[in-house]
Ligand binder design. Structure first.
Ligand code: IMP
Length: 199
């Protein structure tokens, strides 16, 4: 399946994870940087699907080659699904990953262990021609710890303990995270689809 796929993201952490997942495909995985495209799409929709579609379609319009965009949120039961689709700016505009984690731990102080369930959800939009697109979803269940653990990963990784594991996402190697993560599951479904249409 020789072809090209443009990842509609400027986030280096995500590019590394996604390239790892798609590595066995005979496909050129390009980034915006590879094409010298300096595009920042505002994520102003109120669903993961809406943001993923907006990013993928705008980048497709600019580049004209098949692209994928993903949007992820952390949905915490005790906070009625917050930070959800607003996960990247939970503590405000232009904040760091650490600011968001601190805000989450602060808002969850006093919530007992058995009520700290949460899940990451990722929606991938594959936009391959004008007005032609598909969605792929993945999620990962877990709990929010009371303090940070681990130095790897990014975002909320240091406070998220995936179900069935005794290491947070920030304590797991990327290879291990990529076996169980929301993004890995969504991109694996996407990968299966790409393989199925190539045979
Ligand atoms: P995005 O919209 O896909 O960039 O994700 C929104 C926010 O969710 C990011 O800014 C991160 O804070 C968080 N996030 C996304 N994916 C992950 C992950 O795999 N681990 C931890 N946090 C994540």
């Amino acid at each position: 399946m020789a072809g090209k796929l443009l990842l509609a993201t400027n986030n280096r952490d995500k590019v590394t994870e996604i390239r790892n997942i798609l590595v066995s495909l005979d496909i050129d995985v390009l980034t915006l940087k590879d094409l010298n495209l300096d595009i920042e799409v505002e994520e102003d929709k109120d669903t993961l699907e809406g943001n993923a579609l907006k990013k993928a379609s705008e980048i497709w319009n600019a580049a004209g080659i098949p692209c994928s965009a993903d949007d992820t949120g952390l949905f915490v039961d005790a906070l009625n699904g917050d930070p959800g689709v607003y996960s990247s700016r939970y503590a405000g505009e232009n904040v760091t990953y650490a600011d968001n984690r601190h805000k989450l731990l602060e808002n969850m102080s006093g919530i007992p262990d058995d009520k700290r369930t949460a899940r990451f959800k990722t929606v991938v939009c594959y936009y391959f021609d004008k007005d032609k697109y598909m969605f792929f979803e993945g999620s990962c269940e877990g709990t929010i710890l009371k303090e940070e653990r681990g130095e790897k990963g990014f975002g909320y990784d240091a406070v998220f303990l995936p179900s069935g594991y005794d290491k947070t996402f920030a304590e797991l190697d990327l290879k291990e995270k990529n076996k169980i993560s929301h993004r890995a599951k969504a991109f694996s479904k996407f990968k299966e689809y790409l393989v199925s249409i190539s045979s």
